[in-house]
Design a protein around this ligand. Sequence first.
Ligand SMILES: Nc1ncnc2c1ncn2[C@@H]1O[C@H](COP(=O)(O)OP(=O)(O)O)[C@@H](O)[C@H]1O
Ligand SMILES: O=c1ccn([C@@H]2O[C@H](COP(=O)(O)OP(=O)(O)O)[C@@H](O)[C@H]2O)c(=O)[nH]1
Length: 238
Amino acid sequence: MTKPAYQRVLLKLSGEALMGDDQFGINRATIDRMVADVAEVAKAGVEVAVVIGGGNIFRGVAPGAQGMDRATADYMGMLATVMNALALADAMRHVGITARVMSAIGIDQVVEPYVRPKALQYLEEGKVVVFAAGTGNPFFTTDTAAALRGAEVGAQIVLKATKVDGVYTADPQKDPNATRYESITFDEAISKQLQVMDATAFALCRDQKLPIKVFSIVKPGALMRVIMGEDEGTLVHV
Ligand SMILES: Nc1ncnc2c1ncn2[C@@H]1O[C@H](COP(=O)(O)OP(=O)(O)O)[C@@H](O)[C@H]1O
Ligand SMILES: O=c1ccn([C@@H]2O[C@H](COP(=O)(O)OP(=O)(O)O)[C@@H](O)[C@H]2O)c(=O)[nH]1
């Protein structure tokens, strides 16, 4: 069997992907399928750190958040990622994967705080580490948290699992004429203002020379193909 192309990866799972076809919340079948994909990778010996988003929960409460102070709304968003992280870790437990949730904001009765050496230790032990609460700061996104934690734990790549199968010339969910890039540089992605990730995340990865692979979480087997270094999704590089 061929060996995985990476030894340690940072996987960014969008919160919205957890919804499946539901309007908001966590879709059981969807989370189980995602966890099965992650388990396959972990069992292949790859060290996996996960950053989970919160859009699936926060979108559900967003109408009530209208007119709210931005920072307050962002803290609510971060708490939403904690709920997703707990659900994800629990689903992992069901398939025999040991996961540890670490939060960027202190809620010690619920999850342990993010402590970098501890996270590194868990990864070395083969545990999946789920980073919750984003960067812990308002005005950031979980994509930026993925770039940050990816750099901190020395991941070889950030794998951005999303609803589309790569980076397109325009949002493919809105523009049917959009075409997919096989690879693209950070500078090009930033200057073209491609919305697949925010500019802060792109800039951080660029500065740290940490490549990003954007691929579909809906497509069966895509994560494993990415891990094996096969042609899948779009590579964003320096
Ligand atoms: N140039 C682009 N290439 C690919 N996807 C894009 C582009 N511009 C916008 N998008 C959108 O970005 C989304 C990916 O971001 P993601 O964080 O997973 O979604 P969300 O913010 O809805 O959770 C895709 O679903 C896609 O519709
Ligand atoms: O470092 C962070 C990460 C997240 N958030 C908040 O948490 C929400 C949920 O994260 P995100 O939208 O990135 O999740 P996803 O789009 O992946 O579901 C964001 O909208 C922000 O309001 C934040 O304030 N700081």
